[in-house]
Design a protein around this ligand. Structure first.
Ligand code: NDP
Length: 498
């Protein structure tokens, strides 16, 4: 992982405009362009295409045209190309990180981890496809049976704005490895690094294998999921839009992968070192400015240490540096846009109305030169587990704190939520940790280290957090279908049927 960025914002030169990427080229957007805004300063960085039906149709046709050739490349060839993609992403990462920092308003230092994950997604699937179960063959009576994996075809992939390059890699790498072609719709608020990466992909992959259509979700996104020539839908974002994508998949009988919201419990046992637990908990709710479905935003703390833990958690929150996204020492920076910023602040009002107590934070702060941005203090809210503030996804740097004293009670509290994406447990007693981990309804459980992503570990949600798994070999199955061929040596002789 590269530790520091040598690129300053003034080194970044954007293209005058970013239309859709179709058949290996940036083309004019049929419906014109919209401004791409620096989330923290409000500066217009450049323009992005306002994708619509015409652009989506062109992109799907390009993906369809490229499909058979790509599906018929050998796994060795696809593996080599995916490794090349990883190399090129590695070589260009400092520039892309800065672009993403300006586009999203997130703190620059966080992108080291994002790009490390993204680069290794391509390397992981470059390797995984070589060892993937490709099928079996065995003799049967009077013949032979063969099973094989085939790609699905043209995949529609819709990604959100919070971690653009991680999302791009999570979606593209397994789909490409399995032999599919793609039309991706990046989020209107954060698509510049994705399309810049798309331009690099166009120099490596055959034309039409990866296509991208920027624009609004309700226009470009909707046109993509409604397009009649799509073979698979993959979506990451809110539960509401996810439900609609799932409904379309159901109506059209399309395979679908959904990665939706989260409201993850982080359970703290009384035997922990409190300072270390506070550090891990703070990391777990402030990362990405709190704008991630996997964060540990429901801190459930044992009664015996609750008061001391909460006091130290508040002290730690006060030390978190809020500042310009492009400064490497900044830990909390700007929320993606005004709508999301206001949504987060409104949740603090809801919390007060329902009787929760804001113990620290709860305010927007001004960062000089970045008055446009929504910089929100790390916020600690004392709440009961059933309250909305402890049940709904806030998507800001905020955590609720709630007491527990009985293990069955804490398991119930942890599970009593519509989501099931991730969970954390902090304890020195591995038996406690594993007993609880086995009973938690979540796709990932991290013990003593929140957000401990490991290459190849299945990632996805229980309950309303989604359908399917990414990041692991399971994703190859989600982008393939099995075929069985049974060959008899000879036709049955006449009279067999009667
Ligand atoms: P959305 O679900 O609206 O956006 C996610 C993606 O879906 C974006 O690319 C968006 O496009 C696209 N989209 C929106 N509407 C449609 C549609 N009708 N058809 C097809 N695609 C569509 O999330 P928001 O950005 O509005 O965020 C709202 C909340 O969702 C957040 O506060 C958070 O709680 C949750 N969320 C969860 C994420 C996760 O990782 N699970 C990520 C982002 C949000 P565009 O943005 O360009 O309009």
């Amino acid at each position: 992982m590269k530790a520091t960025s040598q690129i300053s914002p003034s080194n970044i030169k954007f293209d005058e405009k970013y239309g859709p990427l179709v058949n290996g080229e940036i083309v004019e957007a049929h419906n014109g362009y919209i401004d791409a805004i620096n989330a923290a300063t409000g500066e217009v960085l450049t323009k992005i295409g306002r994708g619509g039906e015409v652009d989506v149709d062109r992109a799907v046709k390009a993906a369809r045209g490229a499909y058979l050739n790509w599906a018929n490349t050998s796994i060795e060839e696809r593996s080599a190309l995916l490794n090349k993609v990883a190399d090129v992403l590695d070589e260009n990462q400092e520039r892309l990180k800065m672009i993403e920092c300006l586009d999203t308003g997130r703190a620059l230092h966080e992108f080291d981890a994002d790009y490390h994950l993204a680069i290794y997604q391509f390397r992981y699937f470059a390797g995984a496809i070589l060892t993937h179960y490709e099928g079996e063959s065995r003799p049967v009576e009077n013949g032979y049976l063969m099973t094989k994996k085939e790609p699905l075809g043209v995949c529609a992939q819709i990604i959100p704005w919070n971690v653009p390059m991680i999302m791009t890699a999570f979606k593209l790498a397994p789909a490409l490895a399995a032999g599919n072609t793609i039309v991706m719709k990046p989020a209107e608020d954060a698509c510049l690094s994705v399309i810049e990466f798309g331009k690099l992909l166009a120099e490596i992959l055959p034309k039409g294998v990866v296509n991208m259509v920027p624009g609004y979700g309700t226009e470009a996104g909707q046109a993509l999921i409604d397009h009649p020539d799509i073979d698979k839908l993959a979506f990451t974002g809110s539960v509401n839009v996810g439900r609609m994508v799932g409904k379309t998949a159901g109506e059209r009988i399309l395979p679908v992968t959904l990665e939706l919201g989260g409201k993850s419990p982080h359970i703290i046992f009384p035997d922990v070192d409190i300072d270390s637990a506070v550090e891990n908990a703070t990391f777990g709710y402030t990362l990405f400015n709190g704008q991630s479905c996997i964060l540990g935003t429901r801190l459930i703390v044992h009664d015996d240490i609750y008061d001391e833990f909460v006091e130290k958690l508040i002290e730690r929150a006060k030390q978190v540096k809020i500042g310009p996204p492009t400064e490497r020492s900044t830990r909390v920076a700007s929320i993606i846009n005004e709508k999301q910023g206001k949504r987060v602040l409104n949740y603090f009002e809801i919390a007060k109305e329902e009787g929760a107590k804001i113990l620290y934070g709860g305010n927007r702060v001004t960062v000089p030169g970045h008055e446009h941005g929504y910089f929100i203090e790390p916020t600690i809210i004392e709440a009961e587990a059933h309250m909305r503030i402890a049940q709904e996804e806030i998507f800001g740097p905020a955590a609720t704190v709630t007491r527990w004293s009985d293990v069955d009670e804490v398991i119930h509290m942890a599970n009593d939520v519509e989501y099931g994406l991730a969970a954390g447990i902090m304890t020195e007693d591995l038996e406690n940790a594993l007993v609880v981990a086995n009973k938690i309804e979540a796709g990932s459980v991290w013990i003593n280290s929140y957000f401990n992503f490991q290459s190849g570990a299945p990632f996805g949600g229980f309950k309303n957090s989604g359908v399917g798994r990414e990041y692991s070999k399971e994703a190859l199955d989600a982008y393939s279908q099995s075929k069985t061929i049974v060959a008899a040596y000879k036709l049955p002789p006449p009279g067999t049927f009667l």
